[in-house]
Design a protein around this ligand. Sequence first.
Ligand code: AN7
Length: 390
Amino acid sequence: MRTWLRCVECGRVVEGFAYRCPSCGGLLEVEYDRLEIRLERGESIWSFSGALPVRERVSLGEGWTPLVRGRSGAWLKYEGSNPTGSFKDRGMAVAVSHALDLRCGEAVCASTGNTAASMAAYCARAGLEARVIVPRGKVAPGKVAQLVAHGASVEEVDGYFDDALDAALAAARGGAYLMNSVNPYRLEGQKTLAYELVVQLGRAPDAVVVPVGNAGNISAIWKGFRELAGLGLVDGTPRMVGVQAAGAAPLVRAMETGRLDPVGEPETVASAIRIGRPVNWPKAVRAVRESGGTILAVSDWEIDRARLELARREGLFVETASAAALAGYRRALEEGILSAEEEAVLVLTGSGLKDPEVRLPGPRPATGRATASRRPPGSGPPGEAPCPPG
Ligand code: AN7
């Protein structure tokens, strides 16, 4: 298999490794002369090695996570059962393998927690130095414990994820291998979620609903479906529905304007997606447009409530950001963006054990329901009680 990088903005082909297009600074994407995607069950993402651009194969058994039919009617893809408890392991297995291919000894990332936890574990496994940069006081405690346990060196910056990313980019210019999702190799690992869904369902779903922070995952999953469609392995492709927290939702406007106005001080209880300047926004906008999907913003109240609903009605304890998928699905049904007849998959991106503070939301605040009057009777969440009935 031969691979190269192509700029998603100007189309320039880049041989060798880069994080950005040398001509225009655009994001890069991995391309292949020949993709081989074996649509059958496997033990890890490496069952798709014919579509992964590396020689080394570092693995902790990532991927092949459960797909559970929810009582809500939607399918629940539970990424919390990856080795470090989030979807990041798919990408990290490939990116750490690539770092080994390149003989890099040190990896760096900025993170709201999960990228760092995953990187720390995979670097421990592969014998690489792990250096993580996180926003001070804004990382869930389970993720901090993972960093300490796996022996990563941790640097805290005052500010937000976006400030930490600037510091990580500087470290990468100094020669460290950058594990953030601006790295196109990492996203190759994450595209395997699309392949898995097609194996698990026997077809592509009608919609995939994904919590969005830096917008790498929604872009990666869409690339997976595009590849399957290009090979004639699926009949149709799903609409990609991204969900942001209302206090950190720059992509909602970017979809309309075609440019990104960063949110300077992003605020949300969903610390994993508290990101004001999503680096992959051009890829995400393309994924949503090509797929006929949308980006929604949901309130913190809706996220907290969805998290409880997942725990109490579905039996799945997910981290706060992951609950945005269900909150967004509910909103999409309310607004008529999706119908209950459509087959939707909610990507539950991480485990609740990382983020053990459980908030019991009170009555819906007046500002928490932008579309109350438009909700058809009976289509919304069950009742307005603080906790959904069990
Ligand atoms: C649970 O770990 O950005 O849109 O630094 O941890 O691909 O960024 C985490 C992101 C969703 C959003 N759900 O994914 C990080 C980080 C969970 C997450 C997202 C994250 P992207």
